[in-house]
Write a protein that binds this ligand. Structure first.
Ligand code: SF4
Ligand code: SF4
Ligand code: SF4
Length: 320
């Protein structure tokens, strides 16, 4: 049966809960606000199905991509409504159009992931940002990556809601100014498994992996227009056929460029040095926004790392 002894070994996917024939696994929230499986051993029949289905146990070897590309949806409206180059919406449309099966094959698509933030922090943040006990009834939409206010690179966090029967923007800030986004992007409250992720760098085994092509403005200014460019890792022939059947502009790139440009490619996300201190204070704090602001300021080490990443991006341009 599943037994979590190290929280880095559970990504919280709930596959074990879904597959248990005795329905004896439930998810419980820990003090950081993350859910973990908890087995009722009285009812467990030791069938080991939960271990077999767990994606964190026995990972397959990494695979090399067939192609690494910069891709843009040709429809600007769809691109602006998406978080990066608007490719996911085209993939989804194609699959729905064909009743879930494209070219007689089943596809897997994943996103290059920064990590998942604590649901507990999110609840406290939302309550404080929008205010009032009835905040959930007020909210009609939340966007973490709105491009209309500051563009793709300087994306915005936006909450819309109903006041006096009118739909209005209740809250909007560019990601650099918004406390919640700053805490998330500086890795202050990600799930422990995200600091030890086993799905990155060719280990996801999806046909296509989607991400943002950050830094495309530096290496290919002719492709960049601040409406979003996707970075696509093609790992199978069927993924390639699907991608090339879409209405997109495609530009060749390489794995070296992609790894330099998108930090999420790295095998492990580095935890913010103040993460432990942050969670020790979380329960007692009167304002989670202030707690995030006090703890998410970049340390000297983080500033240095960012500077080195930026210089590496510049170097890539000259090496090409
Ligand atoms: S071993 Fe089988 S019965 Fe026990 S928790 Fe896992 S899936 Fe459920
Ligand atoms: S990672 Fe494994 S243990 Fe954790 S929820 Fe998923 S299946 Fe269960
Ligand atoms: S970083 Fe890895 S462990 Fe975390 S949510 Fe993404 S894929 Fe899962």
């Amino acid at each position: 049966m599943i037994k979590i002894t190290d929280k880095r070994d559970c990504c919280g996917c709930a596959a074990c809960v879904q597959c248990c024939p005795k329905r004896c696994i439930s998810l419980r929230e820990d003090e950081e606000g993350f859910l973990y499986p908890d087995v009722n051993i009285e009812e467990c029949i030791d069938c080991h199905l939960c271990e077999k289905v767990c994606p964190w146990i026995d990972r397959p070897d990494k695979q090399q991509p067939l192609e690494v590309l910069a891709v843009k949806n040709r429809n600007d409206e769809e691109r602006m409504a998406s978080s990066s180059g608007g490719v996911f919406i085209l993939l989804a449309k194609k699959v729905i159009e064909r009743g879930g099966v494209v070219f007689g094959a089943v596809f897997s698509v994943d996103c290059l992931c920064h990590g998942v933030p604590s649901p507990g922090i999110w609840r406290r943040y939302l309550h404080e940002a929008v205010g009032g006990a009835d905040y959930k009834d007020q909210i009609t939409g939340i966007e973490f990556r709105n491009k209309y206010l500051g563009g793709w690179k300087n994306f915005s966090f936006l909450i819309t809601g109903k006041t006096n029967d009118e739909n209005k923007v209740l809250y909007s800030e560019t990601h650099g100014k918004n406390a919640y986004m700053r805490g998330f992007l500086s890795n202050l409250y990600l799930r422990p498994s995200c600091y030890s992720c086993k799905s990155k760098n060719g280990a996801s085994h999806s046909d296509l992996t989607l991400a943002d092509f950050w830094g495309i403005d530096v290496i290919s200014p002719d492709v960049y227009d601040d409406k979003g460019v996707s970075l696509i890792i093609v790992s199978s022939e069927k993924g390639k056929s699907l991608l090339y059947s879409l209405d997109v502009d495609v530009y060749e790139s390489s794995l070296v460029v992609a790894k330099t440009m998108n930090g999420a490619f790295k095998e492990k996300t580095v935890s913010h040095p103040k993460r432990k201190k942050f969670f020790e204070q979380f329960d007692k704090c009167s304002s989670v926004i202030k707690l995030i602001e006090d703890n998410s300021k970049p340390t000297f080490k983080i500033r240095l790392r960012n500077k080195i990443n930026y210089l590496n991006q510049k170097m890539i341009k000259f090496k090409r």
